[in-house]
Design a protein. Structure first.
Length: 404
């Protein structure tokens, strides 16, 4: 790579450290918000928890009247910004990060693929033919904020290579979750608004080709795209990822992509995701609900996230390594990878999001939420213990190798 090319790559990769730090500390806020939601939902004031998120708010935007409860404004509105940042991360990783070359991308992509397919199959095995089958996408997800937050507790014991690997794995996992949401968790499609969405994306792509660097046109037209997607039958949050794909990355540190990412990542980590957790993690826990963990939906989610994630990730990593497809950057140990496979079972944010789509209005939703919380807790503690007691960060940090 030329000196100028290397400089450009370093400029684009510079946000990784601040991104990882924001995600890690944001994970602690997620944990706090989850704790508050659970205490609130199981307190004498539990009715106020439900009534708050069911309160309706109506606005008129671009000639359209929109009326949703607060819960939907968060999940279909604010979470679009979360998915927009996810899209920016995916694009950056594909351009210059761990997914920018075939050799670099094979390992996290293989791990993510195994970590999506096997948990889904575990869930289907328990729920085939049952009313809970629609929730097959729930155990596919990995929550990068929580996972990086746990890694942050281990400090320098964990190599940068493992942190980057987990980030790349989670980003590919997020891409898979977005595709699952778009393809399988939409409603009846509205051709008129789908056409409007396509036209809007074409306009955004033209702005990219013309290298329009002002953020304002992307914000305004992106807002129109959200309205069209919202009415099209595809889930509204997909608009965030589609918009991210059109944002120019040219221009180094002043590129629209990095300016958007730098401006929005703190808001997503410190406000939007904790608010989402507060609105969605509140589950009234009673003995009957706890016993439901042994029912097909509960078992499918818990075993999918705890066992399926580990099995899928490790088997697919082994296959990629055995076939000689993978290119390893920093020295990585099998024990380190096993610890990461545990942490990937922390589904939380995306799992809760898919659960809301799969079981909206169903009695299965509280059970799914509880199973996600239980599985994420087990996976997080298990990953922490594996990395704390079994893994030792390798002294060598260079070379394409996989230490035994």
């Amino acid at each position: 790579m030329t000196e100028s090319g290397d400089k450009a790559k370093q400029t684009l990769l510079r946000p990784f450290k601040s991104f990882a730090q924001a995600e890690a500390s944001g994970g602690l806020l997620l944990l706090a918000a989850t704790f508050v939601a659970l205490v609130w939902a199981n307190s004498p004031g539990a009715d106020s928890y439900d009534s708050l998120w069911e309160a309706r708010a109506s606005v008129r935007l671009a000639g359209r009247a929109l009326s949703f409860d607060l819960h939907h404004w968060i999940n279909d509105g604010l979470m679009v910004i979360f998915f927009f940042v996810v899209g920016l991360e995916i694009k950056r990783e594909v351009l210059v990060g761990e997914l920018s070359t075939r050799g670099q991308s094979v390992l996290p992509a293989a791990a993510a693929l195994g970590g999506m397919l096997v948990p889904a199959l575990v869930f289907v095995a328990f729920n085939l033919g049952g009313e809970g089958l629609r929730g097959w996408g729930i155990p596919m997800a990995t929550d990068i904020a929580f996972a990086l937050g746990i890694l942050a507790l281990l400090g320098n014991r964990i190599s940068t290579g493992l942190k980057v690997f987990l980030t790349a794995l989670a980003i590919v996992d997020d891409l898979g979750a977005v595709l699952v949401i778009a393809l399988f968790y939409g409603e009846g499609l509205a051709p008129l608004y789908l056409g409007g969405s396509a036209l809007t994306i074409a306009v955004l792509a033209a702005l990219n080709i013309l290298n329009v660097r002002s953020l304002v046109p992307y914000i305004v037209i992106g807002f129109v795209l959200w309205l069209d997607i919202l009415a099209s039958g595809i889930h509204a949050t997909v608009a965030g990822v589609l918009l991210a794909m059109t944002i120019p990355s040219r221009g180094g540190s002043r590129s629209p992509l990095l300016r958007f990412e730098h401006a929005l990542t703190p808001w997503v980590s410190y406000a939007i995701m904790p608010l989402f957790a507060l609105a969605n993690a509140g589950v009234a826990i009673d003995p009957e609900l706890l016993s439901g963990l042994l029912e097909p939906v509960g078992l499918g989610i818990v075993l999918g996230l705890v066992v399926g994630k580990q099995a899928g990730i490790m088997v697919f990593i082994w296959a990629a390594h055995r076939l000689g497809w993978a290119e390893f950057g920093s020295a990585i140990t099998w024990r380190g990878l096993y610890g990461i496979a545990w942490l990937a079972g922390v589904g939380f944010t995306m799992s809760l999001f898919i659960a809301n789509l799969a079981f909206a209005g169903s009695e299965l939703l509280p059970l799914a939420k509880l199973a996600i919380l239980v599985a994420s807790t087990i996976s997080g503690i298990g990953g922490l213990l594996v990395l704390l007691f079994l893994h030792k960060a390798p002294r060598r940090t260079r070379g394409a190798q996989l230490d035994a």
